[in-house]
Design a protein around this ligand. Structure first.
Ligand SMILES: [Zn+2]
Length: 336
């Protein structure tokens, strides 16, 4: 296409205005294709409380680009400071800024697994953080390697190595030079049968336990963040074969369980990678959280949300809500 500059004539302007009808038609087509699921409302930043602990959903969506939902990401706030970034899915870079976050006060970055809808914006977040002048090392904790999936340390190498990284110019993150914090990678073992592990313990404040979960051939983790006897539990992407997660947390009564709601219960959905709504209900029934939140929402999963609720309710009778981007959930907000 040839691009010209200069004043736009009246006739051209009229044509451009007429062309505004096209996105509306596209929206209607997309709505029909999504089984009538209206896109989520445009997110408005919801400040987390200045005191206490809260988990903010930066991205409530999945791998398919859908309006108003970034890829999966969470931010733990304690007393008004962001302390943990959990996943950095595609689109979450913008939400990170909208939430008012920076890497300056982070204790660590946690990754559930290395799919692009969970780690695709990590390079952008780090690139932005490079302007902050933080020099204190920063832990990056995530799964180990498997065929077609680098481990967390290797993932950072491939992004940032000064010799061979895709973004070699940000290689200061790997040796703590060039005014960048040294990233300290931790690969967490995810092999079947591996026990859960405490991966972070900020004494007197909170701790994080990583649980290997089953996500088909993808090395993957779920996380529990415990703060003063309360807890946020994040399933990550997991199938119902995630025994360590289920047994390790059975009866633990998390304050809020964030369940990744990727598929509905219909045939043709990618089973073996994700929990169906009925299987999310079984998990919630076993863990018995005060509140269950469905996140990693997609049009295909929301198209049958009432069926999902009914399937969940056969095993879990607590409150169930669907998250939106930038919603903040404080410990103490849970209703039951
Ligand atoms: Zn995912």
């Amino acid at each position: 296409m040839r691009i010209t500059t200069g004043l736009i004539g009246t006739a051209s302007l009229a044509l451009m205005l007429a062309a505004c009808d096209v996105p509306e038609q596209r929206r209607e087509d997309a709505l029909a294709a999504a089984g009538g699921v209206e896109p989520a409302p445009s997110p408005t930043p919801e400040p987390c409380p200045a005191t206490g602990a809260a988990l903010q959903v930066l991205g409530s969506g999945g791998p398919i680009a859908e309006a108003a939902r970034a890829g999966t990401s969470y931010l733990l706030w304690i007393d008004g400071e962001p302390r943990l970034l959990i996943d950095a899915g595609a689109g979450s870079f913008l939400r990170f800024a909208e939430a008012g976050a920076s890497i300056a006060s982070l204790d660590a970055i946690l990754l559930t697994h290395l799919h692009a809808d969970h780690a695709g914006d990590l390079a952008g977040v780090l690139n932005s953080g490079g302007f902050e002048g933080r020099t204190q090392p920063l832990a990056v904790i995530g799964p180990d390697a498997a065929p077609r999936f680098p481990g967390t340390g290797e993932f950072l190498e491939r992004l940032l190595s000064k010799e061979s990284g895709a973004f070699a110019y940000n290689g200061g993150y790997l040796d703590g030079t060039e005014n960048k914090p040294l990233l300290e990678a931790q690969d967490i073992t995810t092999a079947e049968g591996t026990a859960e592990a405490t991966v972070l313990d900020v004494s007197g404040e909170y701790s994080v336990t990583a649980y290997p979960v089953h996500h088909g051939p993808v090395p993957a983790l779920g996380y529990a963040v415990e703060i003063g006897g309360a807890s946020f539990v994040i399933t990550g992407d997991q199938s119902a074969l995630s025994q360590t997660f289920l047994e390790g947390l059975r009866g633990s009564q998390p304050t809020i369980l964030f369940a990744h709601h990727v598929i509905n219960g219909e045939q043709g959905q990618p089973r073996g990678l994700h929990r169906t709504p009925a299987e999310i209900g079984q998990l919630a029934g076993a863990l018995n959280p005060s509140r269950l939140l469905l996140t990693h929402n997609m049009e295909r999963s929301l198209s049958r949300i009432e069926d999902s609720r009914a399937a969940i309710a056969t095993s879990y009778e607590g409150a169930v809500d669907v998250t939106q981007d930038l919603e903040c959930f404080a410990l103490g907000d849970e209703a039951r």
